[in-house]
Design a binder for this molecule. Structure first.
Ligand code: AMP
Length: 427
């Protein structure tokens, strides 16, 4: 995938190549086409993800090359450092376009900024305070603005800019594209987003490796048909009280939820087919520990902010390797500790390799514990799965019992661990 594949014109692709970028980052892959198409965007992305280019490049392209006196795109940032950085990037990326960028921020003399504005610009980068000062002095015309970006919106709110932002938005024409970037999602951010954005494309990426370093991760290699048994066992025997489980499809989320419930785990699914009310209820129950397992699809989990989530399980690996980093980034937030477990069936081996390539490390493979298999539909008999696993797969997916764990039985069917509940209804 190249920048040209994303729809960028040669003069922008050239500038990007001159910066030494070869491939677009995940946020660039998602945001550039959306912004080019004129969509509003809500993006969860931290510094270091390439987020600046993700919005500046398509904005420059949308501005085309007719130069106006008044700015047609506005980027608001919380700090002057960030404003200066964004403006520098815009000048770099726009160097072959003939478009002009001006930056204004407080703490320095107004005069050169006013001069720069007088000469005209296409893109204006600003901190809220100075922007309002100049607007109040009639030194700034914002009536041509067709695209407005709130960069690091969470920081702007933290710094108390909410009223300034509201006042600035009132100075802009109502008909415009809005983009919002934020590293975190608080209630305030959600509220601002819901008022500002119209049918936004939601994008979320994690900084490469950021999460991966703090989180204890391992992989269980397990046949597909045993995943649910292993998961139920991990939850019950590990006494997990809160686990976010990712499945690839809505249907898969529903089925797994039913199966977990059948195994005695309090589980609920959250995905796009559920009503907003059902999703809110599920999330509240989960946060308040009335539900142990929240089973979610990728999209449904976007923007979920759960503090101190101890366990994340990839029931199925994501097709896009970056989503792995994002998924596991839901645990161990704010310096806490957390574990991320991936249940990998043989057909998912290529996906695992892609993820490991992205992480630049191999994920440790944990030995399978002796988990019982509850047979459907009567579920009368529980068998120790490790026996079946060994028969099914040979030693390939079984790297030996973990120290201190019950070793896999070599006999026929072994009794399930006493703590393991039998399925209460057909699964
Ligand atoms: P940002 O997240 O916008 O602060 O960007 C972080 C850093 O990544 C900056 O130094 C950019 O110059 C750089 N960068 C942005 N996009 C790419 C890319 N596609 N390839 C390599 N580096 C990039």
């Amino acid at each position: 995938m190249t920048f040209t594949d994303l729809g960028l014109k040669p003069e922008l692709a050239r500038a990007v190549a001159e910066k030494g970028y070869v491939t677009p980052t995940p946020i660039q892959r998602e945001a550039i086409p959306a912004v080019l198409a004129g969509r509003d965007v809500l993006a969860g992305a931290q510094t270091g993800t390439g987020k600046t280019a993700a919005f500046i490049l398509p904005i420059l392209q949308n501005l085309a090359s007719h130069q106006a006196r008044a700015p047609r795109a506005l980027v608001l940032t919380p700090t002057r450092e960030l404003a200066a950085q964004v403006a520098e990037s815009a000048r770099d990326y726009g160097r072959h376009t003939g478009l002009r960028t001006v930056v204004i921020f407080g703490g320095v003399s107004e005069k050169p900024q006013v001069e720069a504005l007088r000469t005209g610009c296409d893109l204006l980068v600003a901190t809220p305070g100075r922007l309002l000062d100049l607007a109040q002095q009639q030194l700034l015309d914002l009536r041509q603005v067709r695209c407005c970006v709130l960069d690091e919106a969470d920081r702007m709110l933290d710094m108390g800019f909410i009223n300034d932002i509201r006042r600035i938005l009132k100075l802009l024409p109502g008909e415009r594209q809005n983009l919002m970037f934020s590293a975190t999602y608080s209630e305030d951010i959600r509220e601002l987003a819901s008022r500002l954005l119209r049918n936004p494309v939601a994008i979320e990426v994690a900084a490469r490796n950021a999460a991966a370093e703090r989180i204890e991760q391992h992989v269980y290699r397990v046949p597909k048909e045993h995943k649910r048994h292993l998961l139920a066992h991990l939850i019950v025997s590990g006494n997990w009280h809160q686990v976010l489980v990712f499945t690839r499809t809505k249907h898969g989320a529903n089925r797994l939820t039913e199966q977990l419930v059948g195994s005695g785990v309090r589980a609920v699914a959250i995905h796009g087919n559920k009503s907003q009310g059902a999703r809110v209820r599920a999330l509240t129950d989960f946060k308040e520990n009335r539900v142990t397992a929240l089973v979610a699809t990728e999209v449904a989990a976007r923007g979920l902010d759960i503090k101190e989530l101890p366990h994340v399980v990839n029931y199925e690996l994501p097709n896009v390797p970056e989503y792995y980093v994002h998924r596991i980034g839901r645990t161990a937030r704010a310096g806490g500790s957390g574990s991320a477990v991936s249940l990998v069936s043989p057909d998912e081996a290529p996906l695992l390799r892609e993820i490991e390539k992205l992480l630049r490390r191999t994920l440790p493979v944990a030995a399978l514990p002796a988990y019982p298999v509850t047979a459907a539909p009567a579920a009368a008999d529980a068998r120790v799965a490790a026996v079946a696993v060994q028969r099914h797969e040979g030693r390939r997916w079984q790297s030996g019992p973990r120290p201190g764990r019950r070793p896999p039985s070599r006999g026929r069917a072994a009794a399930p661990p006493a703590s393991f509940p039998r399925a209460r209804r057909p699964v």
